[in-house]
Ligand binder design. Structure first.
Ligand SMILES: Nc1ncnc2c1ncn2[C@@H]1O[C@H](COP(=O)(O)OP(=O)(O)OP(=O)(O)O)[C@@H](O)[C@H]1O
Length: 253
């Protein structure tokens, strides 16, 4: 797979501490990469850098082979082709889900807006609740609205901060399947961060394990299991797999 988005040796210090330490990763179109790690590993900070919301102290970002240069991007933080869905969604509380999505399309003609909105609502399965307010719908529906809004203008890269953390098991499972379908159907390159290894194991194409600002290893689950880069990756993975193993044993009686 050709990589669409590349981060090379991204480094960031905050208050004299190295929070992100020489992180390099690649993302391909239509791929779902999960970044896992304990609280404080530097995942959210890295995500803000990848979304061009805050500058790195060192390192480089490339989109479709072209370097994203600091000066152009950080005057107005963010990048038109890289969209971040924050953990708290940030939906407009007094507007319907449809209006929230429409906000991202406000610069387009009314006719195009209507057409694209219908497409996005079908893609994210929000038809039945599109005219409700955020407080009248579930966490999963709010998350899907935030995703629809983020992909409205067809970005190349979609970044999600803990997309499943506030959801119950059933909604979590539904959203995972829907996210995978959206990524495959639109071809957007998607990276989500999570502290829950099981969420990563059950939906991502590849995993990246972060610890103390460093991205220790990226690869498929089988890559990581077969050849863990170090003892931390090995024990982090086995903690998740132990749970799955326990469930299997219980089911087998
Ligand atoms: N604005 C800031 N100023 C100083 N230190 C910060 C700032 N933002 C984050 N940090 C520190 O950087 C480290 C990494 O934080 P970050 O939020 O990126 O980790 P995380 O892996 O996303 O954690 P969590 O899963 O808890 O969200 C933490 O030790 C945090 O205290």
């Amino acid at each position: 797979m050709n990589s669409l988005f590349e981060a090379s040796r991204i480094t960031k210090d905050m208050q004299g501490r190295r929070v992100v330490d020489q992180v390099s990763l690649t993302l391909s179109a239509g791929e779902l990469l999960a970044l896992v790690g304990e609280s404080g590993a530097g995942k959210s900070t890295l995500l803000s850098i990848l979304a061009c919301l805050i500058p790195a102290d060192a390192g480089e970002l490339r989109l479709s082979g072209t370097e994203i240069s600091d000066s152009a991007v950080y005057l107005i933080p963010g990048h038109a082709d890289i969209k971040l869905v924050p953990q708290e969604f940030k939906l407009l509380p007094n507007h319907t889900l449809r209006e929230n999505i429409a906000y991202a399309l406000r610069e387009y003609t009314k006719e195009y807006q209507r057409e694209r909105l219908d497409e996005l609502i079908a893609l994210t399965g929000l038809g039945a609740v599109q005219h409700k307010l955020p407080r009248e719908v579930s966490g999963g529906e709010k998350q899907r609205t935030a995703i629809a809004r983020a992909i409205a203008d067809e970005p190349k890269v979609l970044l999600l901060d803990e997309p499943f953390s506030s959801l119950d098991t059933l909604n979590k499972q539904k959203l995972k399947q829907e996210l995978l379908r959206i990524v495959r159907e639109t071809g957007v390159a998607c990276l989500f961060v999570t502290h829950d290894l099981l969420d990563a194991l059950t939906v991502a194409d590849r995993l990246g394990v972060m610890y103390q600002g460093k991205l220790l290893q990226t690869g498929t689950v089988s890559d990581l299991l077969r050849e863990p880069a170090d003892a931390y990756v090995k024990s982090f993975l086995s903690s998740g797999l132990t749970i799955l193993e326990e469930v299997r044993r219980r089911l087998e009686g």
